[in-house]
Design a protein around this ligand. Sequence first.
Ligand SMILES: C[S@@+](CC[C@H](N)C(=O)[O-])C[C@H]1O[C@@H](n2cnc3c(N)ncnc32)[C@H](O)[C@@H]1O
Length: 491
Amino acid sequence: MNYYQTLERIHKIVKPKVYLEVGIRNGESLQYAYRDSLCIGIDPNYDMRFPYNKSNLLFKETSDDFFKKNDVLEITGGKLIDLAFIDGMHLFDFVLRDFINVEKHTNKNSLIVLHDCIPKDKETSSRERTTKYWTGDVWKIVPILKEYRPDLEIMILDSEPSGLCLIKNLDKGNTVLQEKFDEIVKKYLDMDYPQGGINQEIIKMDNVTLEKLIGNNGTESELNIVTFLKRKLGIAKPRCLGVLLCYNDGDILEEAIEHLLDNNHDLVVWNHGSDDNTKEVLDKYDDKLLERKYVPRKFDFYNLYQAMSKNLINNYINEYDWISWPDQDEFLEGPDRKKNYYAYICDVYNSKYNWIRFNNINYWFTERDNLSEKSPVKRIKYYSIFPGCSPRIRSWRANVTNIREFNHNELEGEQYPKLFNLRHYPMRSKEQMEGRINRDRAGLKRGQLNVHYENMKKNYERLQISSNKLNFDDGGELSLEADFDWNKIYF
Ligand SMILES: C[S@@+](CC[C@H](N)C(=O)[O-])C[C@H]1O[C@@H](n2cnc3c(N)ncnc32)[C@H](O)[C@@H]1O
């Protein structure tokens, strides 16, 4: 699949109102511009040999001169650039300047495409041209952008012969590249083409994946073309945010945090007036937490979910793609254990579905627990699904985040058809159970929870479950056979 074919499809998907191309040569790539676009072509030596729309605005000058002499917004009538293709001088410092100048005139959903980012060999990718086929040291632009602009989304397609690099999440107010321009050039100027080639993630565009792309256009793609393309290819990696509300589950908090961190989640943690060791655990993770807040106990428990929802909506849903919000004594897993939770989230993220329900699998202390083992997750191995408990909603696409209620209401869009599993550790020892029932959860006056704990208080003996009534978690697949009646415990 050559780069002209890829460009043509990108135009069909983006349908740019304003398109700008640096380095138009004889118009071969420009001919694929979307028919209704206002096209700006720049090249000091252009010589048009391919059909082109006569309303195109062509500038016979270098791109540096063009941006110096012209006010882009004046040319476009105030419109920003939706799509740009940079294919002028094959030296990274020129491309970097072009990128800086173009980005200044883009909007949040624009896409910049760079040519020649996959170098073939040392000879054709050096600064001096000694070969007919020559991509110069444009390849350096990818490591530069990754180093200086980690906020950008970068995707390299293997379009023949030298690849196309798609860049999204542009920020016209970001001046880092301009400010550090001299430093960057100094650092990268003499950098050698690495022996053995460059190690970069390249997306293979075969006919099948292109077929998938051709048929798609419209709002979703216009909103975020890179995520859209990646999702179509099934390779998008969601940025995940984990949310924890903590109250006196300090013994299991460390493992709850580790589990989310291990699964690539950044964390927002609110401590709702705990008076156990929660503070010490959070201190230990302080530099790893994106947000940490202390909420006094007098703040109503049932309003906490809504307050956190507002926090997510106001501050995080544009920066993150996926939200996981387990209770603090719950550990989220996929529908089976072939991959980790994050890998399963990637699958759902790349699908059309928006949210996931989880089987509530109850882990409970038994007489077989090794009390010298501090970690509840290592100590407590006996469990059974709670079939009477409607599957909980703990994980969803960030942009459908709504005001969450304690009982975890549905979200917009469709539920993922498979249920995931959550390991729930409400009762981890006799002492912790008594503390929870008599103190931490006592007197909660709304909803089922109160019924739970009031009922539990009436008969402690039945709360001690014999291990032979439960399944043993040996690390293999979890059993979803219902062989324990949790109603006897809770009601
Ligand atoms: C590889 S060709 C472009 C090919 C064209 N985009 C296509 O795919 O059909 C590179 C072009 O960049 C032009 N060029 C070189 N230096 C430039 C500069 N500083 N500003 C703009 N264009 C430049 C050259 O004149 C040449 O036509």
